[in-house]
Design a protein around this ligand. Structure first.
Ligand SMILES: [Zn+2]
Length: 299
């Protein structure tokens, strides 16, 4: 049988960010001047779910969630952290990982440098320590804007470092996942990060640490098959894609039509993989509530 590699490396469906949506929503702008079109692009967004138009600044103000239907747009790692921690309490963890290109993958280094400049992130995960309603916690946030949040050696190391730091300081651990899976540019070495991060979670677990995993759109591949699904408590944002292989690959493999809503947060909750679905505006109070039940304040 011939392997169809294009299927394996198919890009995962990502929630578009506000800029992309504005461009798509502007298809009838043939007769408009370039300036007018640009104005609309800068100020208006069309929700991909309910198709209503909104002022982009208002959606941004609403934590990138549609005011009408609750559609969750992508949010940057930095804004996500800000939306859950006590103001001024967050400090990033120092964990510098040198760039490596073990397979000499063409243009990999250039791609990483360009993304570092564009996103302001070192890699596809952002880690630090912050307080949520007075409770200190180690927080890691993955970004789907950085090579689809794919996990290579640097992401594996930063996640492991965050887990080990939480273990050492006896702090709870919260990881927001968003990933297309293992990073193909690093081949087998990226798959090894699944074992590395899972082992770190297990050590943390044996030492009595509390790990809250928050699955956001999309959490798939090697990340869903390792640390993302090893939490003591698993939360998810509404309508997030959560699974291992994409629905199309599964349909082609098993030759069957998949049920409605397959692999979405609500489906995963019904089937016992997710404990609670938490909209973005309720995330801080939900995390604070869990920490209050399990931890001492200031710890
Ligand atoms: Zn909407």
């Amino acid at each position: 049988m011939k392997l169809q590699l294009n299927r394996f490396f198919k890009k995962t469906d990502v929630a578009p960010d506000l800029k992309e949506i504005a461009v798509k929503g502007n298809t009838s702008a043939v007769s408009q001047t370039a300036d007018k079109a640009k104005d609309i692009e800068e100020t208006v967004t069309v929700c991909p779910k309910c198709k209503q138009e909104f002022n982009k600044a208002e959606v941004k103000q609403n934590l990138n969630v549609c005011m009408a239907c609750g559609y969750h747009y992508v949010i940057s790692a930095e804004r996500r952290v800000k939306s859950i921690v006590d103001a001024g309490s967050f400090r990033p963890l120092k964990c510098k990982v040198a760039f490596a290109n073990p397979l000499d993958y063409p243009e990999y280094e250039e791609k990483i440098s360009a993304l570092q400049k564009k996103t302001g992130l070192e890699e596809a995960v952002y880690t630090g320590v912050g307080k949520i309603d007075g409770y200190e916690a180690v927080i890691a946030v993955m970004s789907s804007k950085f090579l689809m949040g794919s996990m290579g050696m640097a992401v594996g190391e930063k996640i492991t470092n965050a887990i080990e730091y939480a273990d050492k300081k006896k702090l709870p651990l919260i990881i927001f996942t968003a990933s297309g899976g293992a990073r193909m540019q690093e081949g087998i070495l990226s798959l090894m990060q699944m074992a590395k991060t899972s082992a770190a979670v297990e050590r943390f677990n044996q030492n009595g640490g509390l790990y809250i995993s928050v699955l956001t759109h999309p959490t798939t591949g090697g990340v869903s098959a390792s640390f993302a699904t090893l939490g003591d408590i698993t939360l998810a944002e509404p309508d997030a894609l959560i699974g291992f292989a994409g629905p199309r690959v599964i349909e082609q493999t098993i030759g069957q039509k998949l049920p409605e809503g397959f692999q979405r947060s609500e489906f995963q909750q019904e089937h016992g993989f997710v404990d609670q679905i938490v909209p973005r505006d309720k995330m801080r109070e939900t995390l604070a509530h869990i920490l209050r039940l399990h931890c001492k304040r200031g710890k």
